[in-house]
Design a protein around this ligand. Structure first.
Ligand code: ZN
Length: 307
């Protein structure tokens, strides 16, 4: 299958065989500044390029940010990419002549986590994807929780501090304002006047008190949010995924401690780091495409082989 993960800065593509092996991978810059039509052209060109690298294509899976109507195959809205109501699935199906699926990038990452990652086989789980923003994927009784308006899992906008920082969403004190990669970078710059990525901040934890303080505020916000999620959902496992999970033990250990300190009267759920890394969305796109082509067994798709 051809799998494509469209992000705000790059379009990642891969050809993935039925055993989960990435046969060919490439990425292209997303021409977001050139407008939505140019982005759609770039996606079509990427799919064409990737399909041209295979002898035969079983299906195409494309995942995009923003709001997606996956049943209708329509990319409904993306603030970053500027599009509205693009019938991308049918456009790509016409281009390639094979079945296509279109889905949301976060949901695709959750599908990958739940099919071949740390929540595979766990009926009740929470995957927190921490990158520029924060999103959650919930499974309950083995099924993804979509919600009445298909917007369940907006963990980034869980209020953690009632009188906290204003959030562009209109609320105050949202988790995303403290614990996203963007927030960590922004809050460190506000305190020190130094521009640094969240990875830079993690690299300075032992030597820079401002970095340690911003990080501590991020992990305690995560602990508060995960305690609420634990009480509400009773997850068997919580998985931390997305770009910030690259921090490894510097993230996992204090988040485990913060959660354990707040969940007093009941067992603390297991908290793990995803091993799918930045490829979760792309692997999810490949899984969705193979499912569209009729595949049901993904046991050979071990993350180690695809990392
Ligand atoms: Zn918010």
């Amino acid at each position: 299958v051809v799998a494509v993960d469209v992000g705000g800065t790059s379009i990642k593509g891969a050809v993935v065989d039925a055993g989960g092996t990435i046969l060919w991978a490439r990425s292209w810059p997303t021409p977001a500044a050139a407008g939505p039509d140019r982005v759609i052209d770039a996606i079509r060109e990427a799919v064409r390029d990737l399909a041209g690298a295979c002898d035969a294509v079983a299906a195409v899976g494309v995942v995009v940010p923003g709001a997606v109507d996956s049943d209708a195959g329509v990319a409904s809205y993306s603030a970053n990419l500027g599009w509205r109501d693009v019938p991308l699935r049918d456009v790509l199906a016409e281009d390639t002549g094979v079945p296509c699926v279109l889905d949301h990038d976060i949901r695709a990452g959750g599908v990958a986590e739940h099919t071949i990652g740390k929540t595979a086989g766990v009926d009740d789980s929470l995957t927190l994807i921490i990158g520029t923003g924060i999103a959650g994927l919930i499974t309950s009784n083995g099924r993804f929780v979509r919600g009445a308006g298909s917007i369940a899992g907006e963990a980034g906008h869980l209020p953690v501090w009632p009188d906290g920082e204003p959030c562009p969403c209109g609320q105050r004190g949202c988790l995303e304002r403290y614990a996203s990669a963007a927030a960590i970078s922004r809050r460190y710059a506000a305190r020190t006047g130094t521009v640094a990525t969240s990875a830079d901040v993690v690299g300075r934890l032992d030597s820079d008190p401002a970095a340690a303080q911003v990080w501590q505020e991020a992990v305690s916000a995560l602990g508060i949010a995960l305690a609420s999620c634990t009480m509400l959902l009773d997850p068997g496992v919580i998985v931390l995924s997305g770009g910030l999970s690259a921090a490894g033990a510097a993230l996992l250990d204090p988040v485990r401690a913060e959660l354990a300190a707040r969940v007093v009267w009941r067992p603390t759920p297991t908290v793990e780091l995803s091993d799918l890394g930045a490829r979760a969305g792309l692997l999810g796109a490949a899984i969705l495409a193979w499912q569209r082509a009729g595949a049901t067994d993904f046991r050979s798709w071990v993350p180690e082989a695809t990392a």
